[in-house]
Ligand binder design. Structure first.
Ligand code: OGA
Ligand code: NI
Length: 352
């Protein structure tokens, strides 16, 4: 079977089950030895208590929060209001989906008749170039909001409660997002709704379920190659047992620790642009693992695709220049798919 020509062969999980070695298209051409070099820093990913952050006596938490957004671009959120038992359910159902037989998952595939690629559904990266380096993961990608634009053809009906649980998780994530956007405005001393109101009823939320199968050569391939998120903000529910996500901080890769019942909040390029560069969209990556499979559920929030993405007026004046060009959200996302395939950073093309 020629690689990449048939649906099944593009799935990493199927590749692993076939017992074949990683095809060359997965192997990183950059200095590979760097993949597993341990960090020298003792810096630790910040943990923010969202409940404390919203309280009037939460000034110390606000200082930590601001520092997390400016110098890390991400933080682990605790006391976010979503019960741990519900988060477990989301993780368990997601694992169950990826463990279904191939034929069952393919009912929700992102390839039409094995060829035409759709953004949503179950599958792997879109292959745009012959020399593209692929990542060691399969995923299910679904538009969750706006609700009336959902493409239910590719929403799993197996496990049976999958759709309901994803719907609820989408609502919960939106509440957490709102809390964070308000706190962001507060630490910048801006009107409390200045970020929130950018996310109107047409704002998009996508769910991406990432499944990282075992990999015999984690020294050669990435679970997910280094990138920044093109979203405005990303909220991740990470595997409860298996680490693997790393963030670039002061020219080093720092591990995001396993932290049950927390959510990881990552600033996307959108918030970096809106905040005129005050909050940073971090580069991050996922290592492959030779012993354990790994799962993550990632909720990407972006603005209405037709809405312009640009620095907030309140953050620009005669002394503070505008740092980014204006771009329509959907054009930015389209650029991101292209540049991600080429291993380039989209934001660099929009800096002034
Ligand atoms: C992503 C991402 C991290 C992870 O999907 O953009 O960074 O741990 N995922 O799966
Ligand atoms: Ni990411």
């Amino acid at each position: 079977m020629e690689e990449g020509k048939e649906m099944g062969s593009r799935l990493v999980q199927e590749l692993v089950m076939s017992g074949r070695d990683a095809p060359t298209s997965y192997i990183q051409r950059d200095p590979v030895r760097q993949i597993n070099s341990p960090p020298h820093t003792s810096a630790q990913v910040p943990v923010i208590d969202l409940n404390r952050l919203s309280q009037s006596d939460g000034a110390d938490e606000s200082v930590k929060f601001r520092d997390a957004l400016q110098s890390w671009g991400l933080f682990l959120a605790v006391n976010h209001g979503i019960p741990g038992s519900f988060l477990d359910e989301v993780l368990n159902l997601s694992t169950e989906f990826f463990h279904l037989p191939l034929e069952e998952k393919q009912k929700f595939a992102n390839l039409v008749d094995g060829k035409e690629f759709k953004l949503e559904g179950y599958g792997n990266d879109i292959v745009l170039r012959d020399d593209q380096t692929l990542d060691w993961n399969d995923r299910l990608y679904l538009l969750v909001q706006p609700e009336d634009e959902r493409n239910l053809d590719v929403w799993p009906t197996n496990p049976v409660s999958f759709r309901d649980v994803l719907h609820t998780f989408g609502m919960n994530t939106q509440t957490v997002r709102t809390q964070i956007l308000r706190a962001m405005a507060k630490v910048l001393k801006l009107k409390e709704d200045c970020f929130v109101k950018q996310f109107d009823e047409k704002a998009n939320m996508y769910a991406r379920f990432n499944y990282y199968p075992l990999c015999k050569r984690p020294d050669l391939v990435f679970g997910l190659k280094p990138h920044a998120d093109a979203s405005a903000m990303t909220i991740l529910l990470l595997d409860k047992e298996v680490a693997g996500l790393q963030v670039r901080k002061n020219a080093e890769w720092v591990d995001v620790p396993v932290f049950p019942d927390s959510l990881l909040v990552v600033i996307g390029d959108g918030i970096e642009i809106m905040s005129n560069g005050i909050f940073k969209s971090p580069i991050h990556r996922v290592l492959a693992n030779s012993e354990k499979e790994r799962l993550s559920v990632v909720m990407f929030s972006a603005l209405d695709p037709e809405k312009n993405l640009e620095p907030l007026d309140e953050l620009i004046d005669e002394t503070i220049p505008r740092m980014y060009k204006t771009v329509k959200t959907k054009d930015y996302l389209a650029d991101h798919f292209k540049y991600f395939a080429e291993g380039k950073r989209t934001l660099d093309f929009y800096k002034i």
